[in-house]
Each structure stands twice: as structure tokens, then as C-alpha cells.
Write a protein that binds this ligand. Structure first.
Ligand SMILES: NC(=O)c1ccc[n+]([C@@H]2O[C@H](COP(=O)([O-])OP(=O)(O)OC[C@H]3O[C@@H](n4cnc5c(N)ncnc54)[C@H](O)[C@@H]3O)[C@@H](O)[C@H]2O)c1
Length: 355
């Protein structure tokens, strides 16, 4: 029998809870170690999953020669240092989004990946949902023709993740841009076929988040008043092929979320042969731009709740089959460049060119 990949997970808080079932379902991988700086969390979660190897220091876990794959689920500030250390130690690395808050760190991770010859993957689980997979397959058939414009948003109304890892720049690198903007931006660039972004005009706002009595509707949690990240951002992005994108993200906005939930996320793509909307996957195909149109909805498989698990399964499969990373860091670099450009444009009040 072929030996399974030994996985060590760093940061076993909220999101790790969605990775663990993925590793458990993979025929190619097995979790052998957990790491968390909080001993209470480390022992509670390790006991739950019967994991004997427990570390409070990530670098000790990374040094363990038994570990083949390191799965990084810590706050953003630790992504680059731990990924680079793990790659240098000869491990494959799956890293939560954002791969890193800045393009400079992503470039360092790519260099470490190149030196190691191992795989590095960003955990962009939206790509692994059934609706995204179905739409991507349709777009790869050229259904929309030349995609020349996109509108993408991920808008929450009073739904702020109040944990320190999200609301202080030193831990996160930014607010909703970095937290949820990376999801919709990554999905949009992937669907558009990764045109190269060349410039961005952006604004950020923090008008509601510091108001007295502001709370997050998730558990009616008060919002710490000393947080230093934006609550809203909007951007206009130009690509080298002439295509454009309008992006909007928020944790707090007086937005009417359809269905009364806490979050409205949509992507609209417009091409010469048709248009498409995600996540409903409505297709608007047109043989005559003004007269004939056809509305269809792509058939979706019943559930995409396992998208997080699917990304772990896909990563293990890629490693054992010698295939490329399912979400390579090169595809996270333009995401980081756009968001970095958005922040720089918001600060300068001008459009910025992206290198
Ligand atoms: N893909 C998604 O939909 C999604 C959703 C939520 C969070 N995330 C990402 O996952 C990461 C973690 O977010 P979360 O919601 O799980 O946060 P969390 O606060 O719930 O969990 C983080 C865990 O990491 C531990 N930790 C912190 N610093 C550490 C260190 N230096 N070494 C070891 N352990 C450390 C904490 O004690 C905690 O248990 C972030 O990068 C976030 O952007 C992704």
C-alpha cells in the first residue's frame, strides 16, 4: 500500500474545522499533527480528533521530518513566514487566503516554492464549489465570447469578524478587502481567464464601524473601537486586454441583503456572446445583441457545502499524481497586487499603475 501524506495543521481555530474533514476524506492524506499557540485549543481539538503530536510552536512542527504537508490556518500575518519556513524544510504547503496580505510577501513565497520544488496552494475554496465548477466549465467552452467587463461584490451588512486576527492591520493586513475581497476577486479573475491587471482606482471607508454602539450582527458582538482597518472598499480595475472590473466589498453597509441574510455575494461577467451571473449561474446568451436572448440556468449539483474539504482533497491528489498546484501562488499574486493598488489609490486619491 502506498504511504499516505502526513499532514500537520497550524492554527486549529475556525477555518481549520473545515479543512480537517477534507484531510479525513482524502484517500491520500492523514493528519498526524496539530499546532496552536493556545494550549486550551490545541488539546481540546487534538483530543476531539485523537491527534497525538501536538505543538505550541509552529517551527517545531515544521522541523518534524515525518510531516509531508503543512496546512496553514493562522491569522494572515503568519502565512508568509510559516509557508516559507515549511517550503524550506521540504514540505508541500496549503495556505489559507489571503496567501499573504502584500504582493512582496507572495513573491517571496513563490521564490521559496521554486527553490523547494514542492507545491504551494492558496485555499480559495470558492473555486471548489459546485456552482463555480459548473460555470467555469461553461466559460472554458467559450460561451460568453470575449469577456470585457465584470462586476463583483461581497457585501455584508453589520457582519464584522471581531476577532483580533481580522481587525488589526498588524495581524490581517486590512479589512474586508483582505478578508472577503480576496474570495470574489480570485473567483472573478479565474473566470475571466486571468487577464493581467494594469491599473486600479480605489476608495476605502470606515464611516459606520467607529460609530458609538456599533455591533456585529453575528452574536450582537460589540466592535472594538481601536480597530484600524476599513469597513468598505470599491475599486475600478483595468486589464491589459482592455477588460474592466468593478469591485465592491464591505463588512458594514446599509445594503439590502437578498433573503435577509448577512452577506450578498455576486459576480456578473459580460462578454461578446453572452453574460453570466454567479452563484445562481444564470446565463444570458445572445445570437443577436439587441433582439434575441435566452435566459438559462446551469444545472447545479445539490450542495457545495464541502468546498473547503474539496480543496484539501484536490491538493493531496495533485501531490501524489505529480500535477501542478490546483491554485498556484502565481494566481494569487494579481489578487494581492489589485488589493495593494486599491489601498495605495485610496491613500493617494489617484489611479495607480500596477507593476
Ligand atoms: N476560506 C474561508 O472562507 C475563510 C474563512 C475564515 C477564515 N479564513 C482564513 O483562515 C485564517 C484563520 O482564520 P480563522 O477564522 O480560523 O481564525 P481563528 O481566530 O478562528 O483561528 C486561528 C487559530 O490560529 C491560532 N494561532 C494564532 N496565531 C498562531 C501562531 N502564530 N501559531 C499557531 N497558531 C496560531 C489561534 O490561536 C486560533 O486558534 C485567516 O487567514 C483567515 O483569512 C478563511
Amino acid at each position: 500500500m502506498v504511504k499516505k501524506l502526513n499532514v500537520g495543521v497550524i492554527g486549529i481555530g475556525g477555518i481549520a474545522g473545515t479543512h480537517i474533514p477534507g484531510w479525513q476524506k482524502s484517500p491520500h492524506a492523514e493528519i498526524i499533527a496539530f499546532c496552536d499557540i493556545l494550549p486550551e485549543v490545541l488539546h481540546r481539538v487534538s483530543d476531539q480528533h485523537d491527534i497525538a503530536l501536538r505543538y505550541e510552536d509552529a517551527r517545531e512542527m515544521i522541523a518534524n521530518p515525518e510531516i509531508d504537508v503543512v496546512d496553514i490556518c493562522t491569522p494572515n500575518a503568519f502565512h508568509a513566514p510559516y509557508a516559507i519556513a515549511a517550503l524550506k524544510a521540504g514540505k508541500h504547503v496549503l495556505c489559507e487566503k489571503p496567501l499573504a496580505p502584500t504582493p512582496a510577501e507572495v513573491l517571496e513565497m513563490i521564490a521559496a516554492r521554486d527553490q523547494s520544488g514542492k507545491l504551494l496552494m492558496t485555499a480559495q475554496h470558492f473555486r471548489f464549489g459546485n456552482s463555480a465548477q459548473a460555470l467555469k466549465a461553461e466559460l472554458d467552452r467559450g460561451t460568453l465570447g470575449d469577456i470585457y467587463h465584470a462586476r463583483s461584490w461581497m457585501l455584508r451588512r453589520a457582519a464584522v469578524p471581531t476577532r483580533p486576527g481580522f481587525i488589526y492591520k498588524k495581524n490581517s493586513g486590512g479589512g474586508p478587502c483582505i478578508d472577503i475581497g480576496v474570495h470574489i476577486l480570485d473567483l472573478t479573475l479565474w473566470m475571466m481567464g486571468h487577464p493581467k491587471p494594469v491599473s486600479v482606482t480605489g476608495v476605502t471607508q470606515d464611516k459606520l464601524i467607529h460609530q458609538a454602539g456599533s455591533f456585529s450582527q453575528w452574536g450582537r458582538v460589540p466592535i472594538p473601537t481601536d480597530l484600524d482597518v476599513e469597513e468598505f472598499a470599491a475599486a475600478f480595475v483595468r486589464f491589459d486586454n482592455g477588460a474592466t472590473l468593478i469591485l465592491e466589498v464591505s463588512w458594514m453597509l446599509h445594503h439590502n441583503v437578498p433573503g435577509g441574510g448577512s452577506e450578498d455575494m455576486q459576480m456578473w461577467l459580460y462578454g461578446t456572446e453572452g453574460g453570466a451571473q454567479w452563484p445562481k449561474n444564470e446565463l444570458l446568451a445572445s445570437s443577436n445583441p439587441t433582439m434575441q436572448f435566452l435566459n438559462t440556468q446551469l444545472q447545479l449539483a445539490p450542495s457545495n457545502a464541502e468546498a473547503h474539504a474539496q480543496e484539501c482533497i484536490a491538493f493531496a491528489e495533485a501531490i501524489v499524481e505529480g500535477r501542478p498546484s490546483p491554485v498556484p501562488p502565481e494566481e494569487s499574486l494579481p489578487v494581492a497586487r489589485i488589493l495593494d493598488g486599491l489601498y495605495r489609490s485610496a491613500a493617494s486619491g489617484t489611479e495607480v499603475a500596477l507593476s
